[in-house]
Design a protein around this ligand. Structure first.
Ligand code: C2E
Ligand code: CA
Ligand code: CA
Ligand code: CA
Length: 267
């Protein structure tokens, strides 16, 4: 038994070591990925539920890895966030959105995700401003999506960053809404314009009364604060009808379209 325990520890250590090695490899490869032009943004429409018209596109990062193929962000964004590569990835995404707006004929705003770490970067606003100038981005053509973890630690400085975005003509969505702890009092102070209800609440909305109530509560909250509300992860007509009845005004999900390469959207 003693020996078995020992070898188990060895196996466990090796697994950890392998994981560490693979993380370090991914970190190194990510640093190269930008220069090698391996990163791409896919766009997914956000749709006005009553008219069916696309109001904006969310830009979602993919890594076109030379050996592994198209890698989804859940497999590399968390690793990038654990080291400083996320800053470069984040700036790349913001610049690439700016380039798409300047060069491609897309007639609605693009919405780009900012990681919480990036949101707290003291250079963020300066870099954003200079990119907006460099690409001559008209006001209202870029939006950002941030999660509550971006501002829950230091609300005052987050508020001032959010206000600077607003002054740059960039509106803010609160992503994964419902999973964190934002109070009504806090929401009232934020210059955010959209709440994005996390997909986890939409998934079982037909059968799960608790989820249904949470979604209805968020929709009413948004309405009372004059905010738009986006339901994420709509996959079927039934969910859509439910959300329409709840007076949720915007939707996003595979039912409308999966995220697709930019080339799909240009005429
Ligand atoms: P998110 O910001 O919550 O993005 C929504 C995710 O839900 C996307 O996954 C999208 O493809 C997926 N989705 C949309 N509709 C449906 C649906 O109907 N069903 C299902 N099952 N999924 C749906 P994706 O593209 O894999 O991105 C995952 C996460 O990676 C994002 O979650 C976001 O947190 C992060 N991410 C993606 N791009 C960036 C980026 O440029 N910067 C940063 N910091 N994070 C990013
Ligand atoms: Ca998002
Ligand atoms: Ca989201
Ligand atoms: Ca999410």
């Amino acid at each position: 038994a003693k020996n078995a325990g020992k070898s188990q520890i060895v196996v466990y250590d090796m697994a950890l070591q392998e994981e560490a090695v693979s993380r370090i490899n991914i970190q190194k490869e990510l640093q190269q990925a930008i220069n090698n032009q391996e990163l791409v943004l896919y766009l997914q429409p956000i749709v006005d539920i009553s008219s069916g018209l696309t109001v904006s596109y969310e830009a979602l990062m993919r890594w076109n890895h030379p050996e592994k193929g198209l890698v989804p962000p859940d497999l590399f964004i968390p690793i990038a966030e654990s080291c400083n590569v996320i800053f470069e990835l984040g700036y790349w995404a913001f610049e690439e959105c700016s380039r798409i707006i300047r060069d491609e004929n897309i007639d609605v705003p693009l919405s780009v995700n900012l990681s919480p770490k990036q949101f707290r970067d003291p250079n963020l606003i300066d870099r954003v401003k200079s990119t907006l100038t460099q690409y001559r981005i008209p006001e209202g053509s870029i939006e950002i999506e941030i999660t509550e973890s971006s501002f829950i630690e230091d609300i005052e400085s987050a508020l001032s960053i959010m206000n600077e975005f607003k002054e740059c003509g960039i509106s803010i969505s609160l992503d994964d809404f419902g999973t964190g702890y934002s109070s009504l009092t806090l929401l009232q102070r934020l210059p955010a314009v959209k709440l994005k209800i996390d997909r986890s609440f939409i998934q079982d909305i037909i059968t799960n009364d608790r989820d249904k109530n949470i979604v209805q509560g968020i929709v009413w909250t948004a309405q009372s604060l004059g905010l738009s509300v986006v339901a994420e992860g709509i996959e079927n007509q039934e969910q859509l009808s439910f959300l329409r009845e709840m007076k949720c005004n915007l939707g996003q999900g595979y039912f409308f379209s999966k995220p697709l390469p930019v080339s799909h959207y240009i005429n």
